[in-house]
Design a protein around this ligand. Structure first.
Ligand code: ABU
Length: 378
């Protein structure tokens, strides 16, 4: 018999149960992190010069301001849909000052824009992730007053072991080579970003990536224990970082997939055409009978600045308010049309100025409570 209490202030088991309470990030004071091999493994090459020359400076202020307005508007939309929204606390100097520990120094920190990267709610517990970038070592801090408040009200709270982040955690830059299955993080100690895990009740899916190592996945497996099964999926993605732009659960028996990053894990194969080519999508057998929805290509112009990620977050990184309602980026017309064809009610929210910071609606949030109980969907 599970000890999980569905009436707890912290309670979330899937990406699709009805959303009751959520944390929405803040992009205020977002600061350019320093150049490091862990970023080189994922950041688009056209922005490398910015990291090398402007670390410690603000991202373009006008962009930060517009992104911040979009987050405020998104929060209001969620509230109008009946969701309670909480926001982190950003204090002056949180990000634009150097970090120094016995193991490393970094000229700056980053932001509190992406709660999904640093926090994950599993059942009645909020887990703080042991993130892999030095610039994100203290990223839990703007969220601590919220987490303490949830803890006081009965929520569970665990901080995974803080990584040392010495040079031993990273492949040195002169040895680093990009390629499928090549990772910049070693197995020196457990690291993961919370957005690497996606939840479908008792089954949780994760990928080994540039920021999540096998040691980190094993930590999560042992921490969660026998009530959960952790499944590792492999995708064709040499810059892999976070599963929520690649493989997105939409409800029991439904998953959204990124056609540019096919899954290469199992024997349950589906086929689709992408840019004139037939692509194979190979999931574990447990997905037999599931609907595989193929994401539409994003319409974001090539010239749009994306400092951290590919444009696919614009079409894939959606937020479900329940099994019917989905929040999509307002300019992504093909994505909106597809979701309507698939039977969803689409809530259109403008988010183009936020996208440059590395994610969309899923990344910018962290579930605190969704109505529901722990179930098996397979
Ligand atoms: N959480 C951000 C996902 C990044 C990407 O898929 O490009």
């Amino acid at each position: 018999m599970s000890k999980i209490d569905p009436a707890c202030i912290v309670n979330s088991h899937t990406e699709w149960d009805p959303l009751e309470e959520v944390i929405v990030g803040r992009v205020d004071d977002a600061t350019i992190p320093e150049w490091h091999v862990s970023g080189k493994a994922v950041w688009p090459a056209k922005h490398w010069g910015m990291y090398k020359e402007h670390a410690g400076e603000s991202f373009p202020r006008e962009l930060v301001m517009k992104a911040s307005e979009e987050l405020d508007n998104f929060s209001q939309v969620l509230e109008m849909e009946g969701v309670t929204v909480r926001r982190p606390e950003v204090r002056p100097g949180d990000f634009d000052r150097p970090v120094s520990t016995p193991d490393f120094e970094s000229v700056s920190q980053l932001y509190a824009a992406m709660p999904r990267d640093v926090l994950i709610t599993i059942g009645n517990e909020i887990i703080e992730a042991p993130m892999a970038w030095r610039s994100r070592f203290f990223e839990y801090r703007p969220f601590r007053s919220l987490i303490k408040d949830y803890f006081r009200q009965g929520g569970g709270w665990t901080a995974a072991p803080k990584p040392e982040m010495s040079d031993d955690l990273y492949v040195p830059e002169d040895k680093w080579q990009e390629g499928a299955g090549k990772f910049v993080t070693t197995e020196y100690e457990p690291v993961f970003d919370a957005a690497e895990f996606t939840r479908m009740g008792r089954d949780i899916f994760v990928q080994r990536s540039q920021v999540t190592n096998d040691f980190g996945i094993e930590w999560m497996r042992r921490h969660l224990g026998d009530e959960y099964q952790i499944h590792v999926l492999d995708f064709e993605d040499k810059n892999a970082m976070h599963i929520d732009g690649t493989f997105i659960p939409l409800g029991p028996g439904k998953v959204l997939v990124n056609p540019k990053r096919p899954c290469i894990t199992g024997n349950h194969k589906s086929f689709f055409t992408y840019q004139g080519e037939t692509k194979e999508y190979a999931l574990p057998d447990m997905f037999k009978g599931w609907d595989i929805f193929v994401a539409e290509s994003p319409v974001l112009p090539e010239s749009h600045p994306l400092y951290f990620t590919s444009p696919w977050t614009a079409s894939c990184n959606v937020l479900l308010l329940d099994e019917k309602r989905v929040v999509c980026e307002a300019s992504e017309e093909p994505t909106i049309r597809k979701f309507k064809e698939w039977g969803f009610d689409v809530i259109k929210v403008p988010f183009r100025h936020f996208l440059p910071f590395g994610g969309s609606f899923h990344c910018a949030t962290c579930d605190v409570r969704r109505t529901g109980t722990l179930q098996s969907y397979f």
